[in-house]
Design a protein around this ligand. Structure first.
Ligand SMILES: [Zn+2]
Length: 206
Protein backbone atom coordinates (compact mmCIF):
# COMPACT_ATOMS: atom_id res chain seq x y z
CA UNK A 1 0.00 0.00 0.00
CA UNK A 2 2.78 2.38 0.99
CA UNK A 3 4.74 1.40 -2.11
CA UNK A 4 1.69 2.16 -4.26
CA UNK A 5 1.31 5.59 -2.66
CA UNK A 6 4.97 6.39 -3.29
CA UNK A 7 4.60 5.17 -6.88
CA UNK A 8 1.54 7.37 -7.50
CA UNK A 9 3.22 10.40 -5.90
CA UNK A 10 6.23 9.81 -8.16
CA UNK A 11 3.96 9.65 -11.20
CA UNK A 12 2.29 12.95 -10.20
CA UNK A 13 5.72 14.58 -9.73
CA UNK A 14 6.84 13.27 -13.11
CA UNK A 15 3.72 14.66 -14.82
CA UNK A 16 4.22 18.05 -13.09
CA UNK A 17 7.87 18.14 -14.17
CA UNK A 18 6.95 17.26 -17.75
CA UNK A 19 4.34 20.04 -17.94
CA UNK A 20 6.88 22.52 -16.52
CA UNK A 21 9.41 21.41 -19.14
CA UNK A 22 6.90 21.80 -21.96
CA UNK A 23 6.15 25.34 -20.77
CA UNK A 24 9.72 26.32 -19.87
CA UNK A 25 10.38 29.94 -20.81
CA UNK A 26 13.42 28.97 -22.86
CA UNK A 27 12.71 31.75 -25.37
CA UNK A 28 12.72 34.57 -22.80
CA UNK A 29 15.66 36.94 -23.40
CA UNK A 30 15.96 37.80 -19.71
CA UNK A 31 15.19 41.46 -20.44
CA UNK A 32 11.95 42.99 -19.26
CA UNK A 33 10.15 46.29 -18.78
CA UNK A 34 10.24 47.62 -15.25
CA UNK A 35 6.60 48.65 -15.72
CA UNK A 36 3.60 46.39 -16.26
CA UNK A 37 1.83 48.87 -18.51
CA UNK A 38 3.51 49.82 -21.80
CA UNK A 39 2.42 52.68 -24.08
CA UNK A 40 2.09 51.98 -27.82
CA UNK A 41 1.67 54.70 -30.45
CA UNK A 42 0.66 54.08 -34.06
CA UNK A 43 2.37 56.33 -36.61
CA UNK A 44 -0.65 57.13 -38.80
CA UNK A 45 1.53 59.01 -41.32
CA UNK A 46 3.68 55.99 -42.27
CA UNK A 47 1.20 53.19 -41.49
CA UNK A 48 -1.22 54.47 -44.14
CA UNK A 49 1.40 53.31 -46.71
CA UNK A 50 0.64 49.67 -45.87
CA UNK A 51 -1.29 48.16 -48.77
CA UNK A 52 -4.11 45.93 -47.50
CA UNK A 53 -6.38 43.67 -49.54
CA UNK A 54 -9.32 45.20 -47.69
CA UNK A 55 -9.87 48.54 -49.39
CA UNK A 56 -11.19 51.59 -47.61
CA UNK A 57 -9.62 53.93 -45.12
CA UNK A 58 -6.21 52.26 -45.02
CA UNK A 59 -4.94 53.71 -41.77
CA UNK A 60 -8.06 52.81 -39.76
CA UNK A 61 -7.93 49.23 -41.17
CA UNK A 62 -4.26 48.97 -40.20
CA UNK A 63 -4.99 50.33 -36.71
CA UNK A 64 -7.79 47.73 -36.30
CA UNK A 65 -5.30 44.95 -37.09
CA UNK A 66 -2.78 46.28 -34.57
CA UNK A 67 -5.57 46.56 -31.98
CA UNK A 68 -6.54 42.90 -32.53
CA UNK A 69 -2.95 41.78 -31.92
CA UNK A 70 -2.37 44.12 -28.95
CA UNK A 71 -5.64 43.18 -27.25
CA UNK A 72 -4.90 39.47 -27.65
CA UNK A 73 -1.85 40.04 -25.41
CA UNK A 74 -3.92 42.18 -23.02
CA UNK A 75 -6.60 39.52 -22.60
CA UNK A 76 -4.20 37.01 -21.06
CA UNK A 77 -3.98 36.15 -17.37
CA UNK A 78 -0.86 38.30 -16.92
CA UNK A 79 -1.13 41.86 -15.59
CA UNK A 80 1.13 43.08 -18.43
CA UNK A 81 -0.72 45.45 -20.81
CA UNK A 82 0.02 47.26 -24.08
CA UNK A 83 -1.94 50.53 -24.06
CA UNK A 84 -2.60 52.59 -27.15
CA UNK A 85 -1.59 56.24 -26.65
CA UNK A 86 -1.23 59.34 -28.86
CA UNK A 87 2.22 60.33 -27.61
CA UNK A 88 4.86 58.02 -26.23
CA UNK A 89 8.31 56.54 -26.81
CA UNK A 90 7.16 53.25 -28.35
CA UNK A 91 5.98 53.28 -31.93
CA UNK A 92 4.59 51.10 -34.72
CA UNK A 93 5.77 52.39 -38.12
CA UNK A 94 5.84 51.31 -41.74
CA UNK A 95 8.81 51.90 -44.05
CA UNK A 96 9.66 50.94 -47.62
CA UNK A 97 12.51 48.67 -46.60
CA UNK A 98 13.40 47.19 -49.96
CA UNK A 99 14.56 43.96 -48.31
CA UNK A 100 13.16 40.57 -47.32
CA UNK A 101 12.08 41.57 -43.81
CA UNK A 102 8.30 41.49 -43.31
CA UNK A 103 8.57 43.37 -40.02
CA UNK A 104 11.17 43.97 -37.35
CA UNK A 105 11.14 44.89 -33.69
CA UNK A 106 13.80 47.06 -32.09
CA UNK A 107 14.31 47.06 -28.33
CA UNK A 108 16.38 49.60 -26.39
CA UNK A 109 18.01 48.53 -23.16
CA UNK A 110 18.63 50.79 -20.17
CA UNK A 111 19.27 53.99 -22.07
CA UNK A 112 18.20 55.45 -25.40
CA UNK A 113 20.86 54.72 -28.02
CA UNK A 114 21.56 51.18 -26.92
CA UNK A 115 19.05 49.47 -29.21
CA UNK A 116 18.94 46.02 -30.78
CA UNK A 117 17.14 44.30 -33.63
CA UNK A 118 18.66 40.96 -32.70
CA UNK A 119 17.17 39.68 -29.46
CA UNK A 120 19.84 36.94 -29.30
CA UNK A 121 22.60 39.41 -28.55
CA UNK A 122 21.03 41.94 -26.21
CA UNK A 123 22.89 42.82 -23.02
CA UNK A 124 21.07 42.29 -19.74
CA UNK A 125 18.95 45.11 -18.36
CA UNK A 126 15.48 46.59 -18.54
CA UNK A 127 13.74 47.42 -21.79
CA UNK A 128 13.09 51.18 -21.95
CA UNK A 129 11.86 51.61 -25.53
CA UNK A 130 10.48 49.50 -28.39
CA UNK A 131 9.37 49.93 -31.98
CA UNK A 132 7.99 47.79 -34.81
CA UNK A 133 8.69 48.53 -38.46
CA UNK A 134 6.36 46.91 -40.99
CA UNK A 135 7.62 46.64 -44.55
CA UNK A 136 5.43 48.81 -46.83
CA UNK A 137 7.01 47.07 -49.87
CA UNK A 138 5.10 43.90 -48.93
CA UNK A 139 1.43 43.09 -49.52
CA UNK A 140 -0.77 42.69 -46.44
CA UNK A 141 -4.18 41.29 -45.61
CA UNK A 142 -6.79 41.74 -42.88
CA UNK A 143 -7.48 38.01 -42.70
CA UNK A 144 -7.97 36.06 -39.48
CA UNK A 145 -8.40 32.92 -41.55
CA UNK A 146 -5.63 30.40 -42.00
CA UNK A 147 -5.98 30.00 -45.77
CA UNK A 148 -2.42 28.84 -46.41
CA UNK A 149 -0.45 27.86 -43.31
CA UNK A 150 2.90 27.77 -45.10
CA UNK A 151 2.54 31.06 -46.85
CA UNK A 152 5.96 32.07 -48.19
CA UNK A 153 5.10 34.97 -50.44
CA UNK A 154 2.35 36.99 -48.77
CA UNK A 155 0.09 38.84 -48.56
CA UNK A 156 0.81 38.61 -44.86
CA UNK A 157 -2.03 38.74 -42.33
CA UNK A 158 -1.17 41.97 -40.54
CA UNK A 159 -2.59 40.95 -37.15
CA UNK A 160 -0.58 37.67 -37.27
CA UNK A 161 2.67 39.55 -37.83
CA UNK A 162 1.82 42.23 -35.24
CA UNK A 163 0.95 39.55 -32.65
CA UNK A 164 4.41 37.99 -33.13
CA UNK A 165 6.21 41.36 -33.05
CA UNK A 166 4.47 42.36 -29.80
CA UNK A 167 5.83 39.06 -28.46
CA UNK A 168 9.33 40.44 -29.13
CA UNK A 169 8.29 43.58 -27.18
CA UNK A 170 7.58 41.34 -24.20
CA UNK A 171 11.17 40.06 -24.76
CA UNK A 172 10.60 36.67 -26.31
CA UNK A 173 13.03 35.20 -28.83
CA UNK A 174 12.05 32.77 -31.56
CA UNK A 175 11.20 29.16 -30.81
CA UNK A 176 10.38 26.06 -32.83
CA UNK A 177 7.61 25.05 -30.40
CA UNK A 178 3.85 25.72 -30.63
CA UNK A 179 4.08 29.43 -29.92
CA UNK A 180 3.24 32.76 -31.50
CA UNK A 181 7.05 33.21 -31.43
CA UNK A 182 7.52 30.37 -33.95
CA UNK A 183 10.57 31.33 -35.99
CA UNK A 184 8.92 31.74 -39.40
CA UNK A 185 5.59 32.89 -40.75
CA UNK A 186 3.11 30.04 -40.40
CA UNK A 187 -0.44 31.08 -39.72
CA UNK A 188 -1.11 28.03 -37.51
CA UNK A 189 1.30 29.55 -34.99
CA UNK A 190 0.52 33.24 -35.51
CA UNK A 191 -3.30 33.17 -35.48
CA UNK A 192 -3.51 33.33 -31.68
CA UNK A 193 -1.38 33.53 -28.57
CA UNK A 194 -0.69 29.97 -27.43
CA UNK A 195 -0.86 28.49 -23.88
CA UNK A 196 2.95 28.36 -23.86
CA UNK A 197 3.13 32.15 -24.48
CA UNK A 198 0.43 32.94 -21.93
CA UNK A 199 2.21 30.84 -19.31
CA UNK A 200 5.59 32.43 -20.10
CA UNK A 201 4.19 35.97 -19.87
CA UNK A 202 2.73 35.21 -16.45
CA UNK A 203 6.09 33.84 -15.27
CA UNK A 204 7.82 37.09 -16.28
CA UNK A 205 5.22 39.69 -15.27
CA UNK A 206 2.85 37.86 -12.92
ZN1 LIG B 1 10.39 37.48 -34.88
Amino acid sequence: MKAMMIASISIILLITQTVMQVYATHYYTGNRWSSYSIDVCYDSYSLKNIVLDDKGDQYSKVAQQLDIARNDWNRLQSIFTLNKKDTCDNWAYATYRGDEFIAQTMLCINWIGSCYYDSQNMPSGNIVKASITFNADDKWSTSRQCASPYNKVGPWALNYVARHEFGHWVAFRHTSENSVMYHSYNCNYRDSIKPHDSYSLTIIYG
